[in-house]
Write a protein that binds this ligand. Sequence first.
Ligand code: F6R
Length: 593
Amino acid sequence: MCGIVGYIGDKQAQPVLFNCLARLEYRGYDSCGIAVAGSEVKVFKDAVRVKALEKVTPKLAGTLGIGHTRWATHGEPSRVNAHPHLDCPGKICVVHNGIINNYQKLRQKLARAGHHFVSETDTEVLPHLVEEYYDGNLEMAVSRALQEVEGSYAIVVLAVGNRELVIARRDSPIIVGLGDRENYIASDVPAILDYTSRVVYLEDNDIGVVTANSLQIKNGGAEVARKEHKISWTVEDAQKAGYEYFMLKEIHEQPKVIRDTIGGYVAEGEAVGLADSGDFDLGDVLILASGTSYHAALVGKYIIEELVRTPVRTELASEFNYCGCTSPRSVTIVVTQSGETADALKAMKRLKGEGCRVSVITNVVGSTASRLADRVIYTRAGPEISVAATKSFLAQLMALYWLALPYSKIDIRRLDSLITELRQLPGKVQQVLDREGSIAECAKQLAKFDNIFFVGRGINYPVALEGALKLKEISYIHAEGCAAGELKHGPFALLGKEVPVVAVVGNDNTYEAMLTSIKEVKARHSPVIAIVGNGDGEIEELVNTVISVPKVEPIFSPVVNTVALQLLAYYTAKERGCPIDFPRNLAKSVTVE
Ligand code: F6R
């Protein structure tokens, strides 16, 4: 998704802007640009990587500037469509995340008034509209312009000759990083971690005026105070630490992530808060999420239904927004790593509008979801840079285990043993990581195929979905996750020696049925790779390759099985020479519907 940066202070803006943009690359983009204001505003932009643009940009003098990474929505990736955008005299300059729904109407109106447009973007109406109202008071001009805008936006606006940046948000995040006689602007915390850990988040319909020494925020014309947050993430957290890719680093961080996430709950007694509210006595549970977080939500369904014995409904946030309905008495949980996914936020707003108390499981302190929620359960995965979610998924599972365990209706001795084993999971995950070499060997074979099925049953069905998602997004191999029991209802038609099947085999009551499914698959000549809890002779006889993972309580098998699948996806993508951290067309934080 698009990324925004801005700087105002006494440093030269150009290197700061490029550095901040480089830190936003992980969000996914197809073009980028910067604008630096001196006696005039100079814009350099193109459909290239940040490093490439930095190389060809001449030295620009100026201590005030804005920058952008664009993920095309209106108009193809090109120099002219890249941000920043200018009005025609080149006085007003804007970067924008989001979508202006009524841009065509505004464009026609502005064109009739003599404005000349050069790009196909919705954004370009903004500098022209601001220029219409600009008489030296930039805040006022932006405020009046935004009254005409329908849609979502996070914007930064600069005007030549004006030592301030004006920022605004509606349904798209923007933050100010506070410095000493300087201030930074970004759409996302990692952009500014090199410079500051003091952050202020704007709320919807806020308009802020940022100078080197001040930040003033208004909402509806009245000045408002927005809290300063201290970010605990460090620059090192957001660096590769010697790993070739962020994804591999993040996979390897998972033992620590499990410890940190559980340790945080123990220290802060977070589960107790939910108990006090009595939420779970109300009955049914609804969990909403997107993508990988949705797979965590599906695992959560199995966890809660088994431990708490209460029905759980899981929905894709994007679909819930069209056809779902919920009673205000439901426990509602939204799972979102970034806390900025547009579909999840829309679902949250709808739920709150229906009178629901909404809990959110998120990794980002101060994210929009965390501020909308009635209750926040933070995961402690640290910044996840690779577009493909890995450690945040495991951290979400930890949150869901921790959420369910205190309400468990299972025998106390089994509960104690589950809690003991939960604390041992970092060691079990490490054992999977220690088997990296053999998984990489297996990936060499997998990389030759164009179509692959992932199957599982019970709690490992969503794990199969997640394995397929991970593989397809980073290796570009067509991969489909499927409930093993559903193979015979259609997918059988596609099986054969060119279509391998990865079977995630649980050591629970699904085991016998999984063996049957594998036999059926073998009878159709598909090669089978099985992910299996340690030492099972029968499966080894049956399948082509076994990836062994440590034996754990069945309810925890998604943890170890997922790590094996993450490594399998990573090494398959590496074998195919894919740009693992930044897969084509994908974005880390999906802030449009
Ligand atoms: C896949 C992936 C995405 C996200 C999805 C939701 O690896 O990362 O599918 O899981 O975009 O994002 P969040 O969790 O930020 O709401």
